[in-house]
Design a protein around this ligand. Structure first.
Ligand code: AMP
Ligand code: MG
Length: 395
């Protein structure tokens, strides 16, 4: 059995980012940018109005003068209006600022006369004008290689006219659940059967990490069925998550099936709780690397080992530079101890800065996990008292 750190090191050494491809912006959420992206033009692209109001010369906003309305400039096509002394133009939010004007007075601050206005407030030069380039200059770095594509960053790329973004292509992923006892949600259960919850949970975790539309496959605890499913999935995927069947039981077929394919696991069994039976193996198909993660069937074990090992590997495949899980300082909300010989990841909620464990801390207890948003790692033999400072891992 190897340590968690050693397992993670071996996995990260084994994975390299996939080739770069251009993908449409709406499909890029959660992926990472593969190249430095510079702004082609400034933002805003031209001086424009921050308000519905009137563009004018600030020096003429004294209220002593009646300003003649020269025309209307809505947001949209520039009417190329030119304002002379004593003139103003009706403008709306986002409208290009007409030549000859240097400020906008908000509509609430004027008295509207027929074809003219009188200012009730003084405006300063530049007031209510969004200056070209004030937000972003031409040539400025918008994104660096390895940066996560968040909604705000996708919006920024779109505002520069990009329809696509270069990313490391997301891996083609599959989730293969195993187990005679499992039935798909929606079907009827016979006594002794349970629903396959890992299939949906693991595919949701992949989606959250940027890999949507993973293949769902299932096989019973049968050597030939497992072998055939693995063979089929290896041909079509870069990454396979196998759920269950990785322990030492006579009905655990994943290791024997991998063995029959000539695939020797690089990792099997890790010093972590929950998640000890975790397995990692690699193979190639037609020159393409295929990463195989064997996750324990117990739902919480599958969840925790995904967070600890699959997610960092996935981020590395996607070209992300920050594969380390984010940790936060917190105050322990309960007395907690770990009497096992492995580090224990407890599931809890971070309420303000207090970590409160949720539900049963057992590897099958899905309800507690469903209430949790944070992991707390307890070292073997460690006791933490309520009120002590800890670091936690929100997920
Ligand atoms: P295994 O790792 O196959 O020995 O399974 C360990 C435990 O997890 C058993 O109680 C299984 O019934 C349960 N389990 C395995 N796969 C799933 C799954 N896909 N969804 C829900 N529970 C599962
Ligand atoms: Mg099983």
């Amino acid at each position: 059995m190897i340590s968690e750190a050693e397992a993670l090191r071996r996995i990260l050494d084994a994975v390299t980012p996939l080739p770069v491809a251009e993908v449409p912006l709406p499909d890029a959420l959660g992926l990472s940018c593969a190249r430095t992206m510079l702004a082609d033009f400034p933002l805003p692209g031209f001086d424009n109005s921050m308000m519905d109001g009137y563009a004018l010369r600030a020096a003429e906003s004294t209220g002593e003068r009646i300003l003649k309305l020269k025309g209307v400039q809505p947001a949209g096509l520039d009417q190329s209006l030119i304002c002379g002394p004593g003139e103003a133009v009706r403008v709306f939010t986002g409208a290009p600022i007409p030549a000859g004007t240097d400020a906008v007075i908000m509509q609430e601050d004027v008295e509207v006369l027929e074809d003219a206005i009188r200012c009730r407030e003084l405006v300063a030069p530049g007031e209510n004008v969004r200056r070209a380039g004030a937000d972003l200059c031409a040539g400025q770095i918008m994104l660096k290689a390895g940066d996560a594509l968040t909604p705000g960053r996708l919006g920024l790329l779109a505002s520069q006219g990009h329809a696509t973004v270069p990313v490391h292509a997301p891996p083609k992923a599959a989730v293969l659940t195993t187990g005679d006892e499992l039935r798909p949600p929606g079907a009827a259960l016979l006594p002794g059967q349970i629903y396959n919850s890992n299939g949906v949970m693991l595919r949701a975790m992949l989606a959250q990490a940027g890999v949507r539309g993973a293949t769902a496959a299932h096989c019973e605890d049968d050597f030939n069925a497992t072998l055939e499913e693995l063979k089929r999935l290896i041909r079509e995927h870069d990454m396979i998550l196998v759920s269950g069947g990785v322990s030492v039981g006579a009905r655990d077929q994943v290791k024997p099936a991998l063995g029959a394919l000539g695939i020797e696991p690089e990792i099997w069994r890790v010093k972590v709780k929950p998640g000890k039976p975790f397995l990692f193996a690699q193979t190639t198909w037609q020159g393409r690397a295929v990463h195989i993660f064997g996750l324990p069937g117990n739902p919480v074990s599958g969840f925790v080992t995904f967070q600890l090992f699959v997610r960092p590997a996935l981020l590395r495949l996607l070209g992300r530079t920050d594969t380390e899980p984010e940790s936060l300082p917190a105050v322990c909300g309960r007395n907690l101890s770990n009497d096992s010989d492995r580090p224990h990841y407890l599931r809890g909620q971070l309420r303000h800065d207090r970590f409160i464990p949720q539900g049963m801390q057992m590897s099958h207890a899905l309800f507690g996990l469903s209430q949790a948003d944070t992991l707390l790692r307890l070292e073997p033999g460690q006791t933490i008292h309520e009120g002590e400072n800890v670091r936690v891992f929100p997920f």
